[in-house]
Design a protein around this ligand. Structure first.
Ligand SMILES: [Fe+2]
Ligand SMILES: [Fe+2]
Length: 373
């Protein structure tokens, strides 16, 4: 069954969904005053445009993905998103050789979300994190696969090797997205794709929109390669920390398995990604080198913003999710509604988040990723 239509949360998503569902006219949107990196409404609207190319929506015609008004609307949104990402990118701050640059970016520190959860996270924090990551992990690997028909040679072969692992070599139930779905069910959450979208803020949707934007635009294939490479290069450390939390909380064997698989396989994927995929693709198309670096740096920054949002929310004693709309979401809203106001949520992150926000340079050298390839 196709995912349900999300609830509009502003003029952009309202206009888009009214067009998709009721055939209302869709014009060129005004984005004045919006933060293109985090705005809730902008990123939901962009996410809906993108998902027409993946799972579609219940009640929306499949050919809406090629609706010229939707494509024009989407182009405006993704242009400002990409523009803002490029504006914060500082190419001269990293080496020009993508193999060296990616090793440098992999050492960049971010807000210590994984360490915090490893040390003090409870079941509710793992639930909340799973809901955030569900927009991507329930379709893990799919956006990167868009690159395969657009690349050639040994670099493409290396990407296929990685992707074959991500899809569990075609064994039903073994794909990483399927392992994640099983883990969500064990956490008491709906694993149906799209069920939790109304809970996800723009900061979270931006992490998913980033990879889909890179995947759907052929001209951004270099950035998509850089994104996948960094995903693989920095996965093992945070995934092992989330595994620590899952083991400590207990009763979450499926979640443990999801993290275990990534701890085991991503050390190898990191080597294949850098030495095989990036090296091969840049040798074949040297002009992609700058965008390989841009894709990796952009991934670091959107993930750092996401991790900072989660830690700050918990430090303020509230959930990092949007408020529940109650009916029909199929998620453990009760558990999450009570979480965030309780003492546990506050004490969980107070030291770590304060350290990260007051003095970022002093934060532990931890990749900020909580999603993984
Ligand atoms: Fe994976
Ligand atoms: Fe991987």
């Amino acid at each position: 069954m196709n995912p349900p239509i999300p609830t509009p949360r502003g003029p952009l998503s309202s206009a888009l969904l009214a067009h998709l569902v009721d055939g209302e006219p869709l014009g060129v949107p005004s984005l004045r005053g919006l933060d293109p990196l985090t705005d809730d409404d902008l990123h939901l609207a962009l996410w809906c445009c993108y998902e027409l190319h993946h799972h579609g929506f219940a009640g929306v015609a499949d050919d809406a993905e090629w609706d010229i008004d939707v494509l024009r609307f989407r182009r405006v949104l993704e242009s400002v998103f990409e523009g803002a990402l490029r504006a914060e990118h500082q190419p001269r701050a990293v080496p020009s050789d993508p193999l060296v640059a990616l090793r440098v970016i992999a050492t960049w520190a971010g807000p210590p979300l994984a360490s915090t959860i490893a040390e003090r996270g409870e079941r509710e924090h793992l639930q909340e994190l799973a809901l955030h990551r569900s927009a991507y992990q329930l379709k893990e690997a799919d956006p990167h696969t868009w690159a395969i028909p657009r690349l050639r040679g040994p670099g493409r072969a290396a990407m296929i090797e990685i992707q074959a692992d991500e899809y569990g070599h075609g064994v039903p139930g073994e794909g990483h997205a399927e392992l994640f779905a099983e883990a969500m069910e064990q956490l008491g959450l709906s694993s149906r794709f799209g069920d939790s979208i109304d809970r996800l803020p723009g900061t979270t949707l931006a992490t998913d929109n980033l990879v889909t934007m890179f995947g759907l635009n052929r001209r951004l294939r270099g950035a998509l390669v850089g994104h996948l490479a960094l995903f693989e290069m920095v996965s093992v450390s945070p995934m092992s920390k989330y595994l620590t939390a899952a083991r400590r909380v207990g009763g979450l064997r499926a979640l443990e398995r999801f993290y275990e698989v990534h701890v085991e396989v991503d050390a190898h994927h990191a080597e294949v990604a850098l030495g095989g995929m990036v090296a091969g693709i840049v040798a074949d198309e040297p002009e992609l080198a700058d965008d390989v670096i841009f894709g990796a740096a952009a991934l670091h920054r959107v993930e750092a913003r996401f991790a900072r949002h989660v830690l700050r929310s918990w430090d303020d004693g509230r959930s990092s999710l949007r408020p529940s709309l109650e009916a029909g979401l199929g998620v453990a809203t009760d558990a999450l509604a009570s979480h965030g106001r309780g003492d546990a949520a506050v004490s969980l992150v107070s030291e770590a988040a304060t350290g990260a926000t007051r003095a970022p340079a002093a934060a532990p050298a931890e990749p900020p990723l909580s999603a993984t390839g």
